[in-house]
Design a protein around this ligand. Structure first.
Ligand code: ATP
Ligand code: MG
Length: 405
């Protein structure tokens, strides 16, 4: 009985997303969920302690989905999150996903999309931090050919690309203040006005937004419009940080070992597990994934990484705040072309700074992961980062360069 219960719960809580087959599996799992809920209450104490281990050992059926969209968990907090996501999916209302960096907000957005009525259509992610405000309107709402210099052809825009599907507004808290009313109008009226077009176009899309900022404080500080905040604040799903759902840590470790061991037999020693369980995980699941990847890279086949191995790896990542450009570190605004009048090496330096910074930020400050994307060794990236962002470095100061305060 216990084994069956544990296996079913494991299957339930290693949710795999990403294709039609996965959706069918998920529906099946949802049915099992209600049956298990009743069972698990009576067996809670007996099964809870062994559950993490069991969940980690059970492998979901092969070929169900890609590695990219797996959501792995076993904590009560995440079960509640997934239940809310299912309710959001069924309702179709605007959903705001909040939580620290690397907690899995994008995965939850994909889960909502896949469990909703629009799962056969596209989920279109749009990163609100990635575009300068002067490009926002035409990128977002589209434009007609000839509506401004450089508009050489009609551009449909991101919202139209999401018609019939889901628009995922990532990092909504970074949306420039003067662009916010235009988005609000779309959210309220369901219509867009492409630049240079007289008639509005009606677009039917569901909207999911995410942020790692406290939008309410931003409203009080005048950085975010109250009316847009209230329009977004309909159904809010808050993902707790990993340190507040420690039951997930070892299950996630096993998941990432499977992903990064490439078939080698790697098991964590009890000391390593204890260390991982105690750590505070400021970079959340992304940081955990990075640490496990490094442990796998360093371990020999059959070797069990020790507590000391884990402590060494945990002490090496750099805080994201340390990566941010300082005054004098000039970087290109994303989407802005290189201004004229620069020497080649000045222009290349600027591009390097932008690209290195973006990649590190995307990986929550994990040098190893960022280095892999950039085609560098971790050591090589650390050296490059030091060189590119050394204070006092002589840099050009053309227009269109974002100078952080
Ligand atoms: N529960 C989970 N199971 C498996 N992988 C996860 C889980 N949560 C997060 N991840 C992985 O961690 C990484 C970060 O997740 P995601 O991009 O969804 O986080 P986020 O909250 O959107 O982060 P950010 O605020 O930095 O954009 C991804 O590689 C994702 O696949
Ligand atoms: Mg994200």
């Amino acid at each position: 009985m216990e084994t069956t219960l544990a296996s079913l719960r494991s299957a339930l809580e290693i949710v795999r997303l990403g294709d039609r087959q996965a959706r069918e599996v998920n529906l099946h799992l949802q049915e099992l969920a209600s049956q298990l809920k009743a069972l698990s209450h009576s067996h809670q104490d007996a099964s809870q302690s062994a559950f993490g281990e069991t969940a980690a050992r059970i492998r979901p059926p092969p070929g169900v989905t890609t590695q990219k969209n797996q959501l792995v968990y076993c904590s009560a907090a995440m079960r509640e999150v997934v239940a809310m996501a299912s309710r959001a999916a069924a309702s179709g209302v605007i959903t705001l996903i909040t939580g620290e960096t690397g907690v899995g907000k994008e995965l939850i957005a994909r889960l909502i999309h896949l469990r909703g009525a629009r799962s056969g259509a596209l989920l279109v992610p749009f990163n609100c931090a990635a575009l300068p405000k002067d490009l926002f309107e035409s990128f977002f709402f589209g434009h007609k050919r000839g509506s401004f210099t450089g508009a050489t052809r009609d551009q449909g825009g991101v919202i139209r690309a999401a018609a019939g599907g889901t628009l995922f507004l990532d990092e909504i808290g970074e949306l420039p203040l003067d662009v916010q009313p235009k988005l609000l109008r779309f959210l309220q009226e369901g219509e867009i006005h492409p630049v240079g077009q007289a008639c509005p176009i009606r677009i039917d899309t569901r909207v999911i937004a995410s942020t790692n900022r406290r939008l309410q404080s931003d409203v009080l500080a005048g950085r975010f419009r109250a009316d847009l905040f209230y329009r977004l604040n309909v159904l809010v799903i808050n993902l707790p940080p990993l340190r507040e759902r420690r039951d997930d840590i070892l299950v996630l470790c096993d998941h990432f070992i499977e992903k990064y061991a490439f078939g080698r037999a790697i098991q964590l020693s009890p000391g390593a597990k204890a260390c991982l369980m105690e750590y505070d995980w400021p970079g959340n699941v992304r940081e955990l994934s990075n640490i496990v990847q490094r442990l796998c890279a360093m371990a020999d086949d059959g070797q069990a990484p020790s507590g000391a191995d884990v402590r060494r790896e945990l002490s090496s990542p750099v805080e994201v705040s340390q990566l941010l450009p300082r005054a004098g570190d000039q970087i290109l605004r994303p989407g802005v072309s290189i201004p004229p009048g620069l020497t080649l090496s000045e222009a290349v330096g600027m591009l390097e700074r932008q690209h290195v910074l973006d990649t590190l930020t995307r990986h929550g400050g994990n040098f190893a992961r960022a280095a892999r994307d950039l085609g560098l060794s971790t050591f090589g990236l650390r050296k490059k980062h030091l060189r590119l962002f050394a204070t006092g470095a002589k840099q050009a100061t053309p227009r269109n360069i974002h100078q952080p305060e």
